[in-house]
Write a protein that binds this ligand. Structure first.
Ligand code: 6GU
Length: 372
């Protein structure tokens, strides 16, 4: 990936790019970082890049024509690259944005300075504006470095084990705590579970700690973390309608919900073999197609199964209880909808009792469970 940084302070980046993972990534050619000094695009003897703001006020504003020339040169040097202006006025840069930008063939990071950049740069010249958080930096350089680091570690071959990236904080809520030798230091112990050598116990401890921590420190991320282990299974009745009409509200609602709440997967149960084949050939949904729920669960012994009920009935649990069950589940969670409750499943009371089996009821459930 080519990353071109347009800045009035190219030397700001020198030491960071020689060190650590970023340095290695550059060495191996996974990222090629280019610098362009914005002053080189000024058209006067003083290399002026800024001017007083229209309407008055303190400070200076970076000039649109200078940025125009610099960005045009960047687009020529890195064709197809995504051009980003770093500004506290931008959209929030987060882990999902890092994943998205890592798919680009190139990035142009435009570092704003002073009180701001002429608005026409944001409006007409760049592809998007990003901010790294709710605070004001003296310039976009530190932000560009943050973006470059976060994007680079999503590229294959930058972080040693792909697993480290998958278990990153934020992809799955906050991370579990880590310890290394000695086992006890000044009376501070390493948790016994981690020294047990029992892999299942270790995994369970880590998952529980990660969830507890996320819920406590970052409740805003908790639903996202919870949703990661959840697959949504549409049972026969839901599929009947979806098969009859692939544009049905059910199919659309389910596929979009899986994306929106970042559930692990959408699975559909289709008992009829011919219909299964038709669905597979049609590539209608980005889903797993199985003959029955039993087949799906046969390979997931520790799965917690929760059925979202269509009709009010005995033994159903309220939302708060279902949330607790999801938070405490030792392994993955299978949510079923659109049919008869599987034996042994926890049954959640209908989200919208009056709408019974309407797709809106499914949407309401998912939003209450996993909406932020
Ligand atoms: Cl991208 N630039 C500046 N100057 N300040 C910021 C920022 C960017 N993100 C947060 N604060």
């Amino acid at each position: 990936m080519i990353v071109r940084i347009i800045t009035i302070f190219p030397s700001f980046f020198a030491s960071c790019l020689g060190e650590g993972l970023l340095g290695k990534a550059a060495e191996r050619g996974v990222v090629e970082v280019q610098f362009d000094d914005l002053r080189g695009h000024a058209n006067d003897a003083h290399h002026t890049v800024d001017d007083a703001p229209y309407g008055g006020g303190p400070g200076m504003v970076m000039k649109v024509d200078v940025w125009d020339r610099a960005i045009a040169a960047a687009r020529q040097a890195a064709p197809g690259a995504r051009v980003v202006l770093l500004t506290p006025q931008g959209d929030r840069f987060d882990d999902a944005a890092a994943v998205r930008l890592a798919r680009e063939s190139g990035l142009v990071l435009c570092c704003g300075r002073y009180e701001g950049v002429d608005e026409r740069v944001a409006e007409h010249l760049v592809d998007e504006c990003l901010s790294i958080g709710d605070y004001v930096l003296t310039g976009g350089e530190a932000a560009a470095l943050v973006v470059l680091d976060a994007v680079a570690r999503k590229l294959p071959g930058v972080v040693g084990r792909a697993e480290s990236v998958e278990t990153d904080t934020f992809t799955a809520g906050l991370k579990f705590p880590q310890y290394t030798r000695p086992p006890t230091y000044r009376g501070w112990d390493t948790p016994a579970a981690l020294r047990s050598g029992d892999h299942a116990r270790i995994a369970a401890w880590r998952q529980a700690e990660a969830r507890r921590r996320t819920a406590h420190r970052r409740p805003d991320l908790a639903p996202l973390a919870a949703a990661k282990n959840v697959r949504l299974v549409l049972l026969e009745r839901a599929m009947d309608e979806a098969i009859r009409d692939p544009q049905s509200a059910i199919a659309a609602c389910a596929t979009r919900a899986v994306d929106a709440y970042r559930l692990a997967r959408l699975v559909v149960c289709v008992p009829d073999a011919d219909t299964r084949q038709v669905l597979r050939n049609a590539h209608l949904y980005d889903v797993r197609i199985v003959a029955s729920l039993a087949q799906l669960l046969a390979r997931a012994k520790h799965e917690t199964v929760i059925h979202l009920a269509d009709q009010p009935g005995p033994g159903q649990l309220p939302l708060a209880e279902i949330k607790r069950i999801i938070a405490a589940a030792p392994a993955g969670i299978t949510l079923t909808w659109g049919g008869v409750a599987p034996t042994g499943a926890h049954v959640a009371a209908p989200a919208l009792p009056d709408l019974a089996d309407h797709p809106l009821a499914l949407a309401a459930w998912l939003d209450r469970l996993f909406g932020v």
